[in-house]
Design a binder for this molecule. Sequence first.
Ligand code: ADP
Length: 426
Amino acid sequence: MFEQSRLNLAQWFTLSMGSILVAFAGVLYVWEARERLYFFDQTLYNSSQVIASGVEEITYGEKRRIDLENAPLLGSDAIKLDTNIVFARWYTPEKALLQFMGDIPAPTLKATLGFQTLHGHGSAPQPALRQLTLPVYRDGRMLGYLQVAASLDPVIPPLQQLRLFLGIGLPIALAIIAFTGWLLGGRAMQPIRLAYRRLQQFTADASHELRAPLAAIISNAQLGLMEPTSPTEQADCLKTISEAGESMSTLVGHLLFLARHQGQLPPEAFQPTEVGALLTSIAADYNPRMTAQDLHFEVISLAGTAWVQGEPGLLRQAIANLLDNACRYTPAGGTIRLVGQLQPRWVYVRVEDSGLGIPVEDLPHIFERFYRVDKERSRQAGGFGLGLAIVRQIVELHGGQIKATSQVKQGSQFQIRLPLVASPTD
Ligand code: ADP
């Protein structure tokens, strides 16, 4: 699937870049050919003007005669003209041939006026010629037609070279583009591949977690259906089924939470929330549990009020998850501290415990979904490895950060940092 997508990306990249390149090369070639031909035509026209300027009209009484003796290339008295002109011809105003230099032409002028390109004229293969035919006027009177032609040699070989260069260069450039497209396709697929792998892992982990309670439900239901069973045995089976159901419900709740709160919360979900009051309320909720678990619970409240823009329910859940973990992984007799601290732009909430601690190598992974330091210990404690992932998601939704430090058998510290906002009464 990924290889096919990568191939498609590379193909589209090559196609689009290749089309741009080919179009660019085409424009370059046409522009170059037109420029060269334009300068060639200019030179041919200038030469024709020099020849035409040597043409004289002599009048004998009523009669008028054209004298070409002083016309370069056509006349014998003419000055030499340094051009690559192949032939020059002079026709009378009636288009009859009067004088010529070069190939023997037809006796009358047939060509249309202006520039023309002649390919392979004559019998032998000859270079292409550029021909110019133009009428020559003097004092408003037409003297005749001048036709000149020059070899296109200065134009064609450079264009042939350019064609050769483009012909070889373009396929090489296209191959480089295709290769680059393939590499870029690979890079573009990387995050998608990673996300897909994560999703696969997430689905596999979720299914795995659901399998255990499901198996417990099925086996206990089958056991309960077997005859004969005592009422106490049946009650045990139902209790296990109920517990497994509750465990599944918690897991599904966590999964739904993670899926639902992915990305961003709607702006209307946020409201000014005072962290000090939130901490006091959470502490009051946890006091009985701490006493029941024989844990020493210290609450160090904020020195002042700290307003954050947040969803109070979610913030409560994040801090509660940390306190839940502290209770789970701290043996009886230990200490748990809930600390609030105010800084100029941030409010810090810390949950510290003197519990089992987390090994250094596990610390970077504990916020990943389904990551558990000690699978058995965590499962026995009723955890799925989703609690801290949920905390991180909530904190990040609020523009905050979470970090953890820990030492095995000494305890752990989880610190949430949230950006402060102005008090709503200000
Ligand atoms: P769980 O629900 O399994 O506790 P969490 O995402 O909350 O999952 O925590 C991930 C792992 O981090 C747990 O498996 C646990 O081993 C470890 N952990 C989290 N909090 C603490 C803590 N306060 N003390 C020791 N270990 C902790």
